[in-house]
Design a protein around this ligand. Sequence first.
Ligand SMILES: [Zn+2]
Length: 273
Amino acid sequence: MDLSPDLALIAGTGIEAWPFEQARSYVLPTPYGDVGLQVARFAGEDLVVIARHGPGHSLPPHRVNSRGMIWALKSLGVTKVVASSAVGAVDPALHPGDLRVIDDLIDFTRQRPLTFFDAPGQVRHVDMTAAYCPMLSRLLKKAIGQPAAAAPLVYAAMEGPRFETPAEIRALAQLGAHVVGMTQAPEVTLAREAGLCYSAVAVVTNPAAGLAKEPIEESAIYAVLAKALDRFQQSFAAFLGELSRVAACQSCPDAEAGLFPLLNLDGTIQKGV
Ligand SMILES: [Zn+2]
C-alpha cells in the first residue's frame, strides 16, 4: 500500500499504550531525522499513529521530534491530526481522568526547534487566531461529551521535564491557563505551519503543584492514564463516527504548495502528483 490514510493520531503519554490491531510499522526519513509510525485500523478506519515519545516512551518532552512528526504526517498526505496530551489541572474544577479538548495555548517553552521556516529568506508568520482546528475540536467535544458552549480551555506549555512550582501554577492560573503540560508547543504551531487540521485532547492526570496535599507522583499519574485509555478509545471511536458525517474543514488554511513533498510510506516520492 502506498497512499497513507488521511487521519493521524499523535499518541501522548499513556495513550501510546493503545494496542492497535492490524498495525503495520514504518520508519520514514525526514529532514529532521527518522520518524517511526504505524498504519493501524480502528473502528473501520485506517489511520496513521505516531507515539510522540518514541518507542518505549524513550524521548523526554523537550527532546520530542515535533518537526519530524509533523513533516512526516504532512508529507504522507495526512490532513487531519488528533493528539492526546497528559496535563496537570491548573483549574481546580478539573479532576484526574477528565478528558477536555484544548482550545488555545500559551507557549512558555524556551529551547525547542519551533518552526519549519528558519532559513534566511524563508520568513513566514502563521496566524494562530484559531490554533486548533474548529471542526475537529467541535467533533471531539461532542465525542467526549464536553459542552460546546463551555469556556475555552487554555493549555500552558512548559519546557519541563521537571514539573512546575506552586508559584508558577499560581501565575499560570492568573494568566488564564486551565491545564499545564509539556508537549503542545511547538506541535500545534508546526501543524498550523504545515496547513494541517490539528486538535488535541488533554488527559488530566493530577492537580498541578500546590493544588493537592501530596507531591506529584509519576506512578499515580500512570495509574490515572491506564484508566483514561479506555475512555479515550471510546471517545475516539465516537469521534470517527462523527467525522464520517461531515464535509471537509473550511477553516484551516493549507500550507503553500511545494513546501512539503508527497511521500509514500517507504519514503519514496509519490509519482503522478
Ligand atoms: Zn481544520
